[in-house]
Ligand binder design. Sequence first.
Ligand SMILES: [Zn+2]
Length: 257
Amino acid sequence: MRETGLADSKSILLLEYMNVKELLSKIDGCDRVIIPLGSIEPHTEFFPLGTDKIIAERLSIELSRELHRNGKCSIIAPTIGYGLSIEWKKSGATVTLSPLTIMYLLTDIVTSLIEMGFKKIIILNGHGGNSEIIRVVSREIALRNVDVEIIVIDWWRLVSDIIEKYSSTGMFLHSDEIEISLLLYWGIIREEDIRRIEKYIVKNSRLPWQSGKGIETYASIERDQALIAYGSPDKANARLGEFLVKEFCKRASSIIP
Ligand SMILES: [Zn+2]
């Protein structure tokens, strides 16, 4: 296995760095594949556009390591960096797939991985806007492949009790203290970066479709609104990020067959 740059451990297998021989020798005893899925959209003016992509990718690596520690081998497929971010288009800083494109893309990738011999397909999603479409695709593919399990993980749902306890709104939002805590933990941003977004923080704000009352109202997001930091990102801290990551990995690893 060549140096991957991303991984510091032999327990990490990145599909794009493997050759045919390595893949064929591995796949027999290693039929789990993780597909990180993210998005490219604004996270205030200062945090990475690829925040959701970075989170999905890093969590996939940490989860793969945890699975390995529990005797469950997994291979990580190349990250799908783009997602369904149509609501954020007016920000002028969004690259989105259209709904049909992401459906076809996911279907083609998952189908190819199944044809390669993978039996447990884990889609690790970092972006709320992708959630519905992943489920539609997974249901459809599962019907055609009876011996395959498609495991869909919206990472924040697996640790929703922690988010409820530690976030100011009790919810997972956008550019909020939860996302920012993960970025701090991985050293992607620094604490002083948070001070730069103070003017973007709108306390207790929610996205139009996050009323929390069982009714979603969809509205496009105007440019200024797209740069808002929701929740209380000034409360973000690396320790919370670490706790979320560790708990996520522990829980996902115990559930994944
Ligand atoms: Zn995000």
